[in-house]
Design a protein around this ligand. Sequence first.
Ligand code: MN
Length: 235
Amino acid sequence: MNTVIPLWDVPTVPVEGSDARFPVRHIYCVGRNYAEHAAEMGGDATKEPPFFFTKAADAIVPVAPGETGTMAYPMATKNLHHEVELVVAIGKAGAKFMPDHALDLVYGYATGLDMTRRDLQNDMREKKRPWDIGKSFAHAAPIGAIQPVARGGHRKRGAITLDVNGARRQTGDLADMIWDVAHTLAFLSKLYELMPGDLVYTGTPAGVGAVVAGDRLDARIEGLAPLSVAIVPGR
Ligand code: MN
């Protein structure tokens, strides 16, 4: 293709057991999907439908199994938070579907981090402005290798944890999600037509907190490839 400026690479994620990669189209994220985390953010989310925000596709930091990814400490924040999350990789298009159809669209699952400029997010929230600057920025979405459903099945339960420099910060179980993957995707599909290449970050358990340059993050979800990320000084 002839382009007027150089064409950039489409962001891609490694796939377990394959040399082929998963191209990323769009990133959706769920807010407050574990009751204890909703409480620590100041609210009771258990009776409300899920809500969503987005990140730019080029925010991903793809990390292959056995490797440690590098995240530059972002600009404009003094309070960068970690949120370990199950990520759903969408393999088929669909809109306005019911939960019992949702899992048919799933290509696979991965361990991810919804990195957050918490000071900016809170500032925007108090001013009733969009969260975007708190959630979507360079390196905001580290992600480990995708495990295809054909290889590992669906993830409905299992421990989800995050260690910083070897100390446990977040602990939960996928079974504790307020809205499971099927219901989350069904809600999301009423707002957007889901497309192959979309990623859905499904929310984080309690224990979110700050990290700084020099920290090492180890995210784990039972049965999936682990995700290790080193925070390095940024601009
Ligand atoms: Mn999150």
